[in-house]
Design a binder for this molecule. Structure first.
Ligand code: DQA
Length: 148
């Protein structure tokens, strides 16, 4: 099983960016932890971060036929990007939306996700652990679907 993880804008700054909201764990540390969990689950994992909407759309389009599932933190594009939504609908790769912060406990503009209704599920508010929880939920979902 191959799981892709895609990260949107400003997540490269985790660790130093608004630590009171996002914690002090860097994206590299989150990647290492998530890879370790993927290894114990017996799944392959790829990891990408981009600050650019078009690059995120390209990365989603490239998943077709390659990834069994996707964990995505689209960051601010979560709230705005119909292009990211359309790409997800086009490739039809089952995905889990993750956020470090609880987007529903923040400013009203962040309460809306243009991706969420198309997701298998959401994990929001568990800090760096949201990625691990998202991965576990997604793999469980895919295994149940494939009768594993
Ligand atoms: C975020 C929440 C978004 O509202 C924000 O724009 C981010 C990070 C999170 O992981 O909590 O950049 O996706």
């Amino acid at each position: 099983m191959h799981i892709a993880v895609l990260n949107g804008p400003n997540l490269n700054l985790l660790g130093e960016r608004e630590p009171e909201v996002y914690g002090r764990t860097t994206l590299a540390e989150i990647e290492a932890r998530t890879r370790e969990r993927a290894r114990t689950l017996g799944v392959d994992m790829s990891w990408t971060q981009t600050n650019h909407e078009g690059d995120l759309v390209d990365a989603i389009q490239r998943l077709k036929g390659k990834a069994d599932g996707l964990v995505i933190n689209a960051a601010a594009f979560t709230h705005t990007s119909l292009a990211v939504r359309d790409a997800l609908l086009a490739v039809r790769v089952p995905f889990v939306e993750v956020h470090l912060s609880n987007i529903f406990g923040r400013e009203p503009e962040r309460h809306r996700s243009v991706l969420a209704d198309a997701a298998v599920g959401l994990v929001t508010g568990f800090g760096a652990e949201s990625y691990r929880l998202g991965l576990e939920g997604l793999v469980g979902h895919l295994q149940a679907r494939h009768g594993a």
